[in-house]
Design a protein around this ligand. Sequence first.
Ligand code: PBG
Length: 334
Amino acid sequence: MRPIQAPYPAARFRRLRRSDALRRLAQENVLSVNDLIWPMFVCDGSGVSDPVASMPGVSRRSIDGIVAQAEEAAALGIPAVCLFPYTDPDLRTETCEEAWNPENLANRAIRAIKAAVPDIAVMTDIALDPYNANGHDGLVRDGIILNDETIEALVRMALAQAEAGADILGPSDMMDGRIGAMRQSLEVAGYQDVTILSYAAKYASAFYGPFRDAVGAGSRLVGDKKTYQMNPANSDEALRLIERDLREGADMVMVKPGMPYLDICRRVKDAFGAPTYAYQVSGEYAMICGAAAQGWIDGDRAMMEAMMGFKRAGCDGVLTYFAPRIARMLNDTH
Ligand code: PBG
């Protein structure tokens, strides 16, 4: 596109910014509740609401509370929620078998939500970190994160989640070849309509810190995730990963984190035109909340401005802990 414009003073850009009506008329991108996926943390017990210190306004909730949040999401028009379990420390092992237990916390939460709010889409996380004694997303032997053995575990996990009624599976582990293996197993098992949203371009990021506190994986993590998550310096590699995962059968793809990687979102959308999502991760959420709490920025405005950045970068939707707050703002102003 080559924009055509007259020279000043014939062209005055301020004409279209003069009033709210003209600004709305000339607005290029729009955020809607349909763009939101609400991630939430589920823990054992009943009536539990356990605040995550590094994520103001976010609590781990027992299944009853998670169902209530799913009902709230549906009432607000949010199309999907995404579940992350805080697993009992006793169930975290080197072999991670709790990950594919049909009765594990995540799978029980999926069933409870689908029973109470059948129309909301339930997204899951597929990675071993909430079940792993060492906090890694994959099985570890002699300090090495094993790829192919991990895939077998992840496939079991995917099938258990599909069986529980998950609508969208979210492999976030960054092992090679897992999308193809999951897709094939889902087809064979009769789950051909279960969707995969691949965390295809996921970077080894400092912005996941508060999340690791929330799922209790941070203090357990031995070393770092740099042998499987991406180097923040890379961009072409993200495109190759996205193409690979689309070819293996991903329906949707994700870039993660969000705000420091908007260039990747734009490249991905332009290159493939696939449904593209960004994850505004825990550290991004914490930064906005933290600065707002100090009175250094206007939290609501910063939140909405960050969202518009994702839309401008070509994202079809955003996973964000702000989802209910954004939805309330959007619903109030129309
Ligand atoms: C784990 C997983 C992580 C997040 C989502 N799934 C953390 C990690 O990779 O260490 C991060 C989400 C966030 O920070 O909000 N597989």
